[in-house]
Design a protein around this ligand. Structure first.
Ligand SMILES: *Cc1c(COP(=O)(O)O)cnc(C)c1O
Length: 481
């Protein structure tokens, strides 16, 4: 009935309504948009005006607008253009507050960088550098020289030289290792290690793309050294071990010790490559996490080439490292596709600064590590303060014990004890509050647990505690400006 009424009081045809809208040209020439043009440029404002008018036309096309509504729509056009500009020429990639307690959150950009890394990026980015220039000889140099020396310092032990090259990410590192060492031949992998990481990285697919032939051995839950041994033939080019980064196999299981694989690889003179994924440099036992082999440990055990990420447990920029026997690494550098996978000066700047922090033993300078090393008591002290501020503005807060996750495919079941705050706001469901928190100028990303929004301060830098409080108050509607 309502629509019939509308029809009776609103005998205006749609084409009359469309005529009320200015053309893009008229609109952009009009007085209302001149300030925006002076500020953001004619091209951006024209694009925004076009988008706004297009939406207005769609709105009219949908029907249900009467004269008054259309007048309101027209009166609000300039404001709509301002809103459109805020998103169209604002940054799309923006900082957020990670209150999930997942330290290496792949969707939130994994490892935050050390201050020294950020400063070094700014320093290098602003001008020219000796990226590929040897200052001693005045001749062309190699870009990986800058970090190779630090990796050597961190890992070099005993005879035989170890070197490192850097590519875009660990997926590229695995591809480069397989393509260089095994194209046209076979790579032996346990069926329990044919992993998928984050949807697009699947060991069998990477294998195929590298032109190596996958030779699966053992079963999902049990693979013995004898299985590898029997599969070796004159076509075998690599024995591959893959870290089970995001899952665990428990129960009736068996996997050969790394030492057994090393012994077999040596006896048959076949390179052993290990995709470690996370690649810890710091021994994680120091933060109470057992069962993760670090890069150094694998190399000491005799693995020929280790691949790992720069932005997981290493706590640096996105990158993929190949560390291992000098002769094998040299072959990879000679691969004609190495150039397509190499990283830029900004990545080297960040990586070099991060590695220097390791060399100097300044582990707390690396945010991912300092978050791991944060005690539950330290988190609780901050949470109590945050909780006080929130409760003072009428937000209901409860403290509970919980667990933070390392994330990033490191130690899939390793957790760190933490102190959580659950937050409830009258009249808002947890999901509604979550939506509002994401819509903030500085978005807050939080988990929902049993119908309540849960905050873990382990992954929130202490200097953002106040911003977190402000954001929560704004989302809860207890502050208005
Ligand atoms: C994370 C991971 C990868 C992919 O590394 P990216 O740096 O994300 O490309 C590959 N293998 C393993 C075992 C991993 O954990």
């Amino acid at each position: 009935m309502a629509s019939w009424d509308n029809f009776c009081v609103n005998p205006v045809s749609k084409s009359d309504l469309y005529r009320k809208l200015p053309s893009v040209d008229e609109f952009v020439r009009g007085a209302q948009l001149q300030a925006a043009i002076a500020r953001d440029g004619r091209a951006a404002v024209t694009a925004a005006a076009r988008a706004v008018l297009e939406r207005a036309r769609l709105e009219i096309g949908r029907g249900g607008l009467d004269q008054d509504a259309i007048d309101l729509l027209v009166a609000g056009l300039a404001h709509a253009v301002e809103c459109e500009l805020r998103t169209s020429i604002g940054y799309s990639l923006r900082p957020v507050i990670n209150a999930t307690g997942v330290i290496l959150h792949t969707n939130l950009g994994r490892a935050p960088l050390a201050r020294s890394a950020i400063e070094n990026i700014a320093h290098t980015a602003a001008g020219y550098s000796n990226l590929e220039f040897d200052l001693d000889s005045g001749e062309r140099g190699k870009r990986d020289a800058h970090v190779d020396r630090l990796f050597r310092q961190l890992f070099q032990e005993g005879p035989g030289s170890i070197s490192t090259i850097v590519v875009n990410n660990n997926a590229a590192a695995v591809w480069l290792a397989l393509n260089t060492l095994a194209a046209g031949g076979e790579v032996i992998v346990s069926r329990g290690e044919l992993v998928e990481i984050g949807g697009s990285f699947r060991i069998p697919d990477v294998m195929q793309q590298s032109n190596a032939i996958l030779r699966e051995v053992g079963t999902t839950n049990r693979t013995r050294i004898g299985d590898y041994e029997q599969a070796i033939s004159d076509k075998t080019r690599v024995l591959l071990r893959v870290h089970r980064s995001n899952f665990e196999i428990t129960g009736f299981t068996e996997q050969p010790a790394l030492e057994e694989l090393v012994a077999l690889a040596r006896a048959r003179d076949i390179p052993l490559v290990e995709d470690l994924g996370s690649g810890a440099i710091l021994d994680l036992r120091s933060v109470g996490i057992a069962g993760e082999t670090g890069v150094g440990e694998s190399l000491r055990a005799g693995v020929d080439v280790v691949t790992y990420s720069g932005d997981k447990l290493l706590g640096g920029p996105q990158a993929g490292m190949l560390t291992g026997r000098d002769d094998l690494i040299r072959r990879m550098r000679r691969n004609s596709l190495f150039r397509a996978l190499r990283v830029d000066k900004l990545t080297y700047s960040a990586l070099e600064a991060t590695l220097l922090a390791y060399v100097k033993g300044e582990h707390d300078a690396i945010p991912a590590l300092s978050m791991m090393r944060l005690s539950k008591d330290a988190i609780e002290a901050r949470a109590t303060r945050v909780s006080g501020h929130l409760q003072a503005s009428g937000i209901k807060v409860e403290a509970i014990d919980g667990e933070s996750l390392i994330g990033g495919g490191a130690a899939p079941s390793a957790t760190l004890p933490t102190h959580l705050l659950t937050v409830t706001v009258n009249g808002l469901s947890a999901e509604q509050l979550q939506v509002r928190l994401r819509a903030l100028e500085l978005p807050i990303i939080a988990r929902v647990q049993e119908g309540r929004v849960v905050l873990d301060l382990r992954t929130v830098p202490a200097e953002l505690d106040d911003a977190l409080v402000r954001g929560l108050k704004e989302a809860a509607g207890t502050v208005r400006d």
